[in-house]
Design a protein around this ligand. Structure first.
Ligand code: BDR
Ligand code: CA
Length: 313
């Protein structure tokens, strides 16, 4: 039976890769996309999510979510990474469809209640919608199969400060609520996503085999690849969000460590995901009685990229 998933997203180029990966994977059934601010505004993220369903010709509801962080002031959208349109400035026409009437948080609660124990939430942006869902209905934490999120970092450097990853930095209070709730969280952070490099030869092969989704991803990715190759010594881009889809299809691609994760919500370490490995005791209380997160620390990059390529082709 296909695994039921909701994708919470801020598309976003690597979000688009993740979403097409999920749509094409027979192992997954995408029940809905919920949107958040992050790479772009929530209005544009919603429009982009609908665009992706129309390109892929799938009927998947899209529910609009939070527009701003729960406590801190919003940070600027990173158009130098994802373009002003979130798709690498490719000037794609606006979609025809509309979002559903309910909020992202309500959509999450209602869908989890409809399929208790069966729904996995894959979160690819700041975590405000998940935190809102917990507020609306705290019991959902016990009814979700798993939360698999792209965000944070345990020992790798951050990408928006020396210690913070962008999705967590954009709403640290929401992230802390998600890591401390009683659901099973799996964190796919920079520890692993900085080990997976997607390059143009792979994207060209996918475009050749699948001109619709592959052609769109190739065009979007050029801006993203230019950003990475101009700033860092690399010939390609990080695959960040799309790694979550590989995880839900085949968790054996990753090596996981267990521990309690808390998020720093102020000071120079704001946005840091602080990982206390299972079995280590500290005199400070912040990690006591916090549920164990599965933190991905190792990844078989070749296997992961092969899975992406074969699924999209
Ligand atoms: C994360 O931040 C966003 O820019 C990407 O879409 C990804 O979700 C990587 O830090
Ligand atoms: Ca994202």
């Amino acid at each position: 039976m296909a695994r039921k998933i909701i994708i919470d997203t801020d598309p976003g180029i690597d979000d688009a890769m993740a979403i097409f990966f999920a749509f094409q994977a027979p192992q997954l059934e995408v029940l809905g996309l919920t949107t958040t601010f992050g790479n772009v505004s929530v209005d544009l993220a919603t429009q982009n999510a609908i665009t992706l369903t129309e390109i892929a010709k799938v009927t998947v509801p899209v529910a609009k979510g939070v527009a701003v962080p729960s406590v801190i002031a919003p940070r600027p959208h990173p158009d130098f990474v994802h373009g002003k349109d979130g798709f690498g400035n490719i000037d794609w026409p606006a979609p025809k469809g509309k979002a559903v009437e309910k909020s992202a948080a309500q959509f999450i609660v209602d869908t989890v209640r409809e399929f208790p124990g069966e729904v996995t939430i894959i979160a690819l942006g700041p975590l405000g919608n998940l935190a809102e869902a917990l507020k609306l209905d705290p019991e959902v934490a016990n009814l979700v199969d798993e939360v698999v999120l792209m965000g944070g970092t345990a020992i790798e450097y951050g990408n928006v400060s020396p210690v913070a990853e962008a999705n967590i930095m954009n709403d640290p209070h929401a992230a802390d609520a998600v890591f401390t709730a009683s659901w099973q969280v799996t964190m796919i952070g920079l520890d692993v996503t900085h080990q997976v490099l997607l390059d143009n030869p792979i994207l060209e092969r996918i475009r050749e085999a699948n001109p619709t989704e592959g052609g769109f991803l190739y065009d979007c990715a050029q801006h993203y690849i230019n950003f990475y190759s101009s700033r860092f010594d690399m010939d390609g881009c990080y695959f960040h969000d799309a790694s979550t889809i590989a995880y839900v299809i085949d968790p054996s691609i990753f090596g996981v460590e267990l521990g309690a994760v808390r998020v720093a919500c102020e000071g120079i370490g704001i946005g840091q995901t602080i990982f206390a490995p299972e079995g280590m005791d500290f005199p400070t209380p912040h990690w006591n009685d916090v549920p164990m997160t599965q933190v991905c620390m190792e990844v078989d990059s070749d296997k992961l990229l092969k899975l992406f390529e074969t699924t999209l082709s």
